[in-house]
Design a protein around this ligand. Structure first.
Ligand code: PMP
Length: 307
């Protein structure tokens, strides 16, 4: 689906018309994939639009940049304000937000250090990533033949642009085979995560998600889900998961900013539980949907208002 344009894109401190938010073909990041980005959502609340866990996302952006030695020429506070401004000027009540820091035009070659660093922030309306049907009834997953990166090949703790060619390979493979989304295993053979989401399973009432050692990006939705599950009195563990654990799980779901909380209905054609979303998944999904809209008192600090 083509994306829905909004009016303005923030580029290095200027608000540029959407159609003019372009970069030169010799932009360094386009060639070598060295850049860092975030995916964030804003939701309507009683007090107007609010960005969900904006500070945590921008801190992760700067952490990703630090890992790659990309020196972002703005402060965390300036980028937080710039995100709010981008949502405000576009008059968006609910949107997806994409900040990206990239190496600009002017230098080429593999040493990125002499390159200029630019930051752009776009925001546009974007419905749920895996579809309303998937959110309601669950998605069909395939274990990918592509492995998640080894953390010593590329740092899986970072959200680096070029790293996503791995996700694209797995996504295309899954879609071509008739599934909705892929699950990648770590080089050690443990369940890692999906192409742009973390994964959870539930067995005998215990919620389990893989550790960072399995090459997982520590998701902000994942951490929100863990807090919500804890509030609900569920037992939450971070532990290694085998693919067969997914086949025999009572419930499973994925979590991510774009996808939100989405039940998994099957893995490699084995129905998860009854094949319909289970009660714990449903409850977590409901509370998450309320939390992002500022309706959960305990987590009101997660919503950061744009005005
Ligand atoms: N893993 C990967 C590889 C991702 O790209 C994302 C999306 N940023 C996630 C997990 C989920 O992270 P979050 O909940 O912070 O969006």
């Amino acid at each position: 689906m083509p994306l829905t344009k909004s009016e303005k894109v923030w580029m290095d401190g200027e608000l540029v018309d959407w159609d003019n938010a372009t970069v030169h073909v010799l932009t360094h990041s386009l060639h070598y994939g060295l850049g860092v980005f975030e995916g964030i959502r804003a939701y309507p609340t009683e007090d107007g639009p609010a960005v969900f866990r904006l500070t945590d996302h921008i801190v992760r952006l700067f952490d990703s940049a630090k890992i790659f030695m990309i020196d972002i020429p703005f402060t965390v506070g300036e980028i937080i304000e710039a995100v709010k401004e981008t949502v405000r000027v576009n008059g968006l009540q609910e949107c997806y937000i994409r900040p990206i820091a990239y190496l600009g035009y002017g230098e080429m070659g593999l040493n990125p250090l002499p390159c200029s660093v630019s930051v752009a922030i776009a925001a546009w309306p974007w419905g749920t990533y895996l579809g309303a049907e998937g959110k309601q009834h669950g998605v069909r997953m395939k274990i990918s033949s592509w492995q998640r990166h080894d953390p010593n090949a590329v740092p899986t703790a970072a959200k680096g642009t070029g790293m996503y060619i791995n996700s694209c390979l797995a996504k295309v493979e899954a879609l071509k085979a008739g599934y909705d989304e892929a699950i990648l295993l770590s080089p050690q053979g443990f369940v890692s995560e999906c192409t742009g989401e973390n994964i959870f399973l539930i067995k005998h009432g215990v919620l389990v998600t893989p550790p960072v050692q399995a090459g997982v990006l520590q998701g902000i939705t994942q951490s929100s889900v863990m807090a919500i599950a804890h509030d609900l009195g569920y037992d939450v563990r971070v532990d290694n998961i085998l693919r067969s654990d997914l086949y025999t799980a009572d419930e499973a779901f994925l979590s991510g900013t774009a996808a939100e909380v989405v039940p998994i209905r099957s893995v490699d054609d084995r129905p998860v539980g009854t094949g319909e979303p289970g009660p714990m998944t449903r409850r977590i999904q409901e509370v998450f949907e309320d939390a992002v809209r500022g309706k959960v008192d305990r987590h009101k600090d997660w919503v950061e208002h744009v005005r």
